[in-house]
Ligand binder design. Structure first.
Ligand code: BMA
Length: 328
């Protein structure tokens, strides 16, 4: 039976000029531009994005680096001349999927690292978004880390997505966890925030998307939620791609941020447009990585579409909260 067609919730609007960044905007080798961290920066905005280049066929590329783009309005972007980070040595294969968070005036970037010995989640500090000081990297397998922009009882906090396989029947049953740290190096006191079963439209895995946003009702965490349909078969450039990624949203308790007050029971944003469903490397992918409060009481969400371009959508923060509270 073909999988159910999912539609985006009526509270969210895509930016009509989507996508906001593609490989054509990049002045160096670039095939796929997606999954970006975005923060307010100086008088405008800064974006660090993932760039895969040198398509070799099947699912492989000759390299991945991180690029920097600046914008006055958060919509129109100018990409700097050169990439700002790439890591490759005998152990590290690549660094990707950056997220940016400002905490107490310092800028931090979390990222995923593919290594010879597994997938690790890293944290770096940067003053100028050009050079990065690596602070820590987790043990494998873990990724999709996002930092909260405020400390809690003097501690840094992150959401993360470890990938238990052995203990979950060899399937991708990956959930969202919360951990705290005094120094961004030593992490612990971990709690489960949400399981994949909390999102009825996911049958595979969930993961943190954007760094959480503080509201008077709690922390709004935009996440991704994945369902698999083996009948999807060939999609996009890859030989076989059977997953669908939607954006979802969860509300976390302000006092005990590992406790989920509620979450959307339907997708916030489901792949529907051509740039999400058709024209890309991996079709049916909406992968949120940044959420910024903007004028009009709205939250602007940036997401990778089809692992090929970067797009944007907006919803009223109030509507996102009620989506979580009413379990719509
Ligand atoms: C995840 C990561 C992301 C990617 C997503 C959809 O596992 O690899 O970088 O956007 O899959 O393909």
């Amino acid at each position: 039976m073909p999988s159910e067609q999912l539609v985006s919730h009526s509270c969210i609007r895509r930016y009509p000029g989507n996508p906001v960044l593609t490989g054509r905007d990049v002045p160096y080798a670039s095939d796929l531009v997606f999954n970006a961290g975005v923060i307010p920066y100086r008088d405008g905005y800064a974006m660090v994005f993932r760039n895969d280049y040198g398509y070799l066929g099947r699912a492989s590329f000759s390299g991945t680096n991180l690029g920097l783009a600046l914008s006055a309005d958060g919509i129109h972007w100018h990409v700097e001349d050169k990439p700002v980070l790439s890591m490759k040595d005998g152990e590290i294969r690549r660094v990707y999927d950056p997220r940016l968070t400002e905490i107490d005036g310092e800028i931090y970037m979390t990222f995923a690292v593919d290594t010879k010995h597994g997938l690790r989640g890293g944290i770096a500090r940067t003053e100028d978004l050009h050079s990065f000081e690596i602070i820590s990297m987790s043990v494998p397998d873990n990724r999709n880390m996002v930092l909260f922009p405020r400390k809690w009882n003097g501690m840094f906090m992150r959401l993360e997505r470890p990938m238990p396989v052995y203990s979950r029947g060899g399937k991708d049953r990956f959930d969202i966890w919360w951990s705290e740290s005094p120094d961004l190096v030593h992490w612990g006191n971990s709690h489960l925030v949400a399981g994949v079963e909390d999102f009825p439209f996911a049958n595979d895995k969930i993961g943190p998307g954007a760094p959480p946003v503080y509201t008077d009702k709690g922390w709004l965490a935009v996440t991704h939620a994945v369902d698999i349909d083996p009948d999807r078969g060939k999609n996009g450039w890859e030989d076989r791609w059977i997953k669908r990624y939607c954006a979802a949203v969860a509300l976390l308790d302000p006092d005990e941020p590992w406790k989920m007050i509620g979450c959307s029971r339907v997708p916030l944003l489901a792949p529907e447009t051509d740039y999400e469903c058709r024209d890309g490397f991996r079709t049916n992918v909406v992968f949120p990585t940044a959420a910024l409060p903007v004028s009009g009481g709205k939250l602007r969400i940036y997401y990778g579409a089809a692992d090929t371009v970067i797009a944007m959508a907006e919803a009223r923060t109030e509507d996102l909260i009620s989506l979580c509270l009413n379990g719509e």
